[in-house]
Design a protein around this ligand. Sequence first.
Ligand code: NAI
Ligand code: MG
Length: 828
Amino acid sequence: MTSVREIFETMEYGPAPESPKPAQAWLDEHDGRFGHFIGGKFTKPSATFEVLDPAMSKHIADVSEGSKKDVDAAVKAARQALPAWQALGGHGRARHLYALARIVQRNSRLLAVLESMDNGKSIRETRDLDIPLVARHFYHHAGWAQLLDTEFAGYHGAGVVGQIIPWNFPLLMLAWKVAPALAAGCTIVIKPAEFTPLTALCFAELAAQAGLPAGVLNVLTGDGDTGAAMVAHDDIDKIAFTGSTEVGRIIRRATAGSGKKLSLELGGKSPFIVFDDADLDSVVEGVVDAIWFNQGQVCCAGSRLLVQEGIADRLYDKLRARMETLRLGSPLDKAVDMGAIVAPVQLERIRTLVEQGKQEGADFWQPTWACPTEGCFYPPTLFTNVAPSSTIAQVEIFGPVLVAMTFRTPSEAVALANNTPYGLAASVWSESINLALDVAPKIKAGVVWINSTNLFDAAAGFGGYRESGFGREGGREGMYEYLKKEVGRSGGREVANGKGAARKSSRTGASSSVSSRASAASSVSSRTSEARVGTSRKRAAELDDADRSPLVDRTAKMYIGGKQARPDSGYSMRIDAHDGRLLGEVGEGNRKDIRNAVEAAHAALGGWSKSTGHARAQILYYIAENLAARRDEFARRLGALTGGDGEAEVDACVERLFTYGAWADKYDGQVHQVPLRGVALAMNEPIGVIGVVCPEEQPLLGFISLVAPAICVGNTVVAVPSESAPLAATDFYQVLETSDVPDGVINIVTGPKDSLAKTLAEHDDVDAVWYFGTAEGVKAVETASAGNMKRTWCESAPRAWMDRGDGEGRAYLREATQVKNIWIPYGE
Ligand code: NAI
Ligand code: MG
């Protein structure tokens, strides 16, 4: 027999297996075969495929591959359930969400074991993290349902939502998506990943037991084809996706122009930054949580270790020592640190990438203990001496593989951290809070953990920047993903009165303002060469005389980097007054002009985004003051362009500039109450360079209503004004020049709107595109945006720009910002 003394010396753990019985009993109840869960019950299993326990390499169940017909049936059930679910109101839905939280807690052991069996993750994690967080999510969102009417006044549920989730946190990702959708009053069709469908099916059954009305939550199983059929379905109002950037891109393109709302939570290659004053023993445990938690199959895994040079070797030694003590084995053993990789294909992917890392010359290290050879296991792995541009430093490995690099200075750390197309999360370790809080805002990531890592909570939003996707899950910000605000209704009539749209309609005889806008745009594209400008000028002057109307001929320049710029093409476009007379000409912008403007906007971004809200407010007020001083001139110009009430439009512009002057130092973030000793600061950050493609109607007010909120929060813009009536915006640069607007903050490129919009959407250095134009234009912009997964805000329905409810406010500021959650634990 082993003596106590021996146990003390070896510190060996005995096995501590969790019983698979409750999960096995549930599987047996269903004979291990499942249909989809549609309209409150299981369908008959059909076209089944195998579900694997990756730790045992064992077949544990069969589920059905969802066909197009199944998708139809599920969407239909969700659509039918929608009115009653919405009519239930916030409190009614809050009761259901509360019941879901409770039933998850009552069945937590069953769910934890089932999750471990299906996914291979350790029971320690499913029991202590996944499932408690699932319950927490439903509790938290029961609260949002309860407060919906007052906290989200004017908003309503987005409708039927399609949700597609990955396999790394199967039930937790379900909760992240289902809870806010239910709270908002949406009904759901959700598809779990093909590797891990079981807890979703079990949850659906439990939800029905808890009294969730039939059809409110439908679960479809299947692979990417089933997912693609959901994405393509006409009767789904919103798609929410978590998974690879590659599939996210496919979905962005597939939904372009469909009017579906979209949120994407994609991959990452998150930096874990260690400064030389960090507490290295804490760092080591942090690394364990960052990259060996869930076998590294975590979208926000701290997979790039960036270490300050002087401490690198010491830290690597400590890490290797810790890796030797990690325990890897049966996920149902309560004493293991690491379980199995989800599936053989993922294991193969990890092996391939590790081989590539070795070939690229990085130093490879694994602990000396033997990894099980049966089942899908992969040992914790450390690469040091990694070149920042190598494959393993750039590609998401999605396995327990850490790649380490060194830096010398904080600014080098930031540069290295941001040297990735992703932007999901980051972890910063330093005992100097000044240093940590200086670095955190400079990292392009949606979540930053200070002296901690992989902290999640329902109260704090989670989601990425750049190729890590857009949209947030959790917190107040996450609720908006499932809510919609009606626009263009309240004051729709006012826009028509606002003459822009009305005039186009009368000229083209088109009845809807959308199509009239399209034809208005195409009617101005008559191309004239510089050579002809002389004659045009004469004609305009004659007209001026004849009419005694205050038409001023001018070949308006573009405005780039604070300077008036001639179009690269050398061509101009003729701009007519509302009565068809020539009013002037504007440059016909092209790809090159956009490139120059984007460059100028980038150059200005650093300074502008770091300027204080107070400074930006002063400039916005100053613009307003200078515009007000030239009210008559702008009113005349607008009157001539649109035939509308120019004075009213200028007055509205001045007021709008005041609105955003007001907001500039008031669009506060939040301090989220997360359950830890510490705070999560939800900071509203600018997105970067925004391409703003303005509406045709109300050429100055439309321009200002979009540009002002964008710059108010620190973005810089490349604006493409109304194509049919750009002169109001081009005149506006004179106002900008006298208002202390730093060069490059607002750039104006005139010309063929849809083609310039597409160029902006394709540009990798543009971080977001706002487009107000035709339905075809929306589609083109959304499709092209998939290149760097930039955020888009596109509308083809007219807005009531004169209406304050529709034309300004928080909704604009939300589009202009992204929320970064900075977690700051405190205490010794
Ligand atoms: P994936 O992105 O293909 O799978 C995620 C979900 O999307 C699954 O439910 C899948 O069935 C569905 N899907 C696949 N193709 C689709 C399509 N065309 N339309 C709609 N839905 C579709 O990820 P996969 O292949 O399982 O893993 C590959 C790599 O992706 C991983 O190695 C990892 O790097 C990354 N990944 C990242 C995740 C994250 O949370 N950031 C999660 C899962 C994978
Ligand atoms: Mg499985």
